[in-house]
Design a protein around this ligand. Sequence first.
Ligand code: HEC
Length: 169
Amino acid sequence: MTGDGVKRRLAASLRKLIGIIVIGIVAAIALGVGVAFWRDGTEIVVGADSLNAEQLALGAMVYTENCASCHGADLEGQPNWQIPLPTGGFPAPPHDETGHTWHHPDEMLFRYTKLGASEALDLDIFETNMPAFRDTLSDKEIWASLAFIKSRWPETIRERQEQINQRNK
Ligand code: HEC
């Protein structure tokens, strides 16, 4: 074989190798992008993120349509919410910082909203005026309504509730 022939074959092998490397890199990038999309698209929403604009937009809508009639358009609750009603149970408490909501971890608030008070607290005798939303709202909508509620708390209250979340883990 001539020197030129060897060079040509070497050059051809080199081109092949570069080709394989380029294909490899392109495939790796495509896989990375694909996985990112897949994770984003299929990720189940768990958690109430008071800084997530998308979740808050949904949450504000869910809250207005499903919670405001009792808990108040401004989260102020019903008057005398700590005094039992003659008809049984209690009026709806505020969800703002004057209420009790922020004393509970997210997980409990979610269960309370989804299952209703008796099942969430495991108390059969508990008389409650708080409806269970398991048949009317998706988990995603429930978490969003809670994110909205949390977003209305002052920073210090949000921090304190986050500590309660951490302790609850
Ligand atoms: C028909 C009135 C009514 C509606 C509508 C309603 N609630 Fe309530 N909610 C109550 C009452 C009353 C309580 C007080 C506890 C009880 O009686 O079970 C309560 C309690 C709660 C609590 C517990 C608060 C605490 O401090 O322990 C959470 C959380 C809550 N509601 C979330 C929601 C969310 C979120 C929605 C909308 C998706 C909603 N509620 C809609 C009446 C209502």
